[in-house]
Design a protein around this ligand. Structure first.
Ligand code: MN
Length: 356
């Protein structure tokens, strides 16, 4: 007495996959029939395979690629499969969020001509970069001007030149009047220039590179470019909001539910980057546009601040130091007061009504 089998037609109806899909999944080693008739070539499936076939059908409906489904099918443990599905979905949501930001950027960009600025606003700013107390050299670069704010955190043997080259390549933005409505192309070109500049000073590998987090003032809004684990924060109405997402391996493991926040704190390589400007790779930076309000305070910082000074302390320091230069001084001192284990860079910029 053999196992109970169904013809491909009956099995297809029962699991709601088409016979054509079942043949494809057989060829892809995703779902093998229990038996293939040696004379006719007809495929027969075991009743016990229905559960697996239904899972494949649902994962397809979820939009999961076949290769990923095969990996999940290879797991015999339902709990492990559940973990993989959760991780896949977290990745989809992260990618969707990046596309949502780009869509919002485009909508804003295309609505630009309809917008009329009511108040004349400008920035008050200060930048400061410090070696810290442990590192032999400062590989960070910080810059602040009337239109451009930038922080870059270099890594590798030529990390210092890399971060400085990236910021240098953006500096033309500070002097050039942004063409009306053209900020998107302007930023895209500028980031490409920064990426080329980093490649020129690096050895052509991923070993040397830099993070880059920059804000470009357009007169009423701030356009954000971000790649790596430096950060941008907004202090508005007393609340501190982080407006960048760390491109680190640890953050992606957190997003995917593979690490708890407690485990993340003790990860052996918390600063391992997923994306950066480097000699080898071409990671895509995040782009976003922020409306500016009078009273807004923006902070850009390298991880030398954010890894040792908790957000609550950053918020308190930003909230109690009215002048940007006092604020960056207090933040750098706080990082060094916490041991100064890394280079630390801070840029603080206040949105104020322009003097008449
Ligand atoms: Mn750093």
């Amino acid at each position: 007495m053999g196992i109970r089998t169904l013809t491909i037609g009956a099995f297809a109806r029962a699991c709601r996959l088409s016979p054509k899909a079942l043949r494809l999944y057989d060829e892809l080693d995703l779902l093998r029939p229990a038996r293939v008739d040696p004379a006719t070539g007809y495929r027969h499936y075991a009743v016990e395979q229905l559960e697996q076939a239904r899972l494949v059908a649902w994962l397809r409906r979820l939009g999961m690629p076949l290769a990923r489904i095969r990996e999940i099918r290879a797991l015999d443990d339902p709990a492990a499969a559940a973990r993989e599905i959760r991780a896949y979905w977290a990745r989809v949501e992260a990618e969707t969020a990046a596309r949502r930001d780009l869509a919002a950027f485009l909508v804003d960009h295309l609505s630009d001509t309809a917008r009329r600025d009511t108040a004349m606003l400008e920035l008050r700013y200060c930048a400061r970069s410090d070696r810290g107390l442990v590192r032999p050299a400062n590989q960070d670069t910080a810059y602040a001007g009337a239109r451009l704010l930038a922080v870059a955190d270099g890594f590798g043997t030529d990390g210092g030149p890399a971060s400085s080259a990236a910021v240098e390549a953006l500096k033309f933005l500070d002097t050039e009047e942004a063409p009306a409505g053209g900020v998107l192309n302007l930023l895209e070109d500028a980031v490409r220039g920064a990426s080329d500049a980093v490649r020129d000073v690096s050895d052509g590998t991923d070993e040397t590179g830099t993070t880059l987090t920059a804000l470009l003032w357009t007169g009423s809004r701030l356009a954000l470019v971000h790649i790596g684990d430096s950060r941008a924060y907004l202090l508005r109405d007393g609340g501190l909001f982080r407006i960048t997402h760390d491109h680190t391996v640890v953050q992606s493991l957190l997003d995917e539910g593979r690490l708890t926040p407690e485990e993340a704190l003790s990860h052996p390589r918390p600063a391992l980057l997923l994306k950066a400007l480097s000699g080898g790779s071409h990671g895509t930076p995040d782009l976003r546009l922020h409306d500016a309000r009078p009273g807004d305070r923006y902070l850009l910082c390298s991880d030398g601040l954010s890894t040792v000074v908790p957000d609550d302390d950053i918020r308190a320091l930003l909230g109690t130091t009215p002048a940007p230069d006092a604020a960056v001084h207090a933040l750098v001192s706080a990082a060094n007061g916490a041991g100064g284990p890394d280079n630390v860079s801070c840029v603080v910029a206040d949105v104020v009504e322009a003097a008449a």
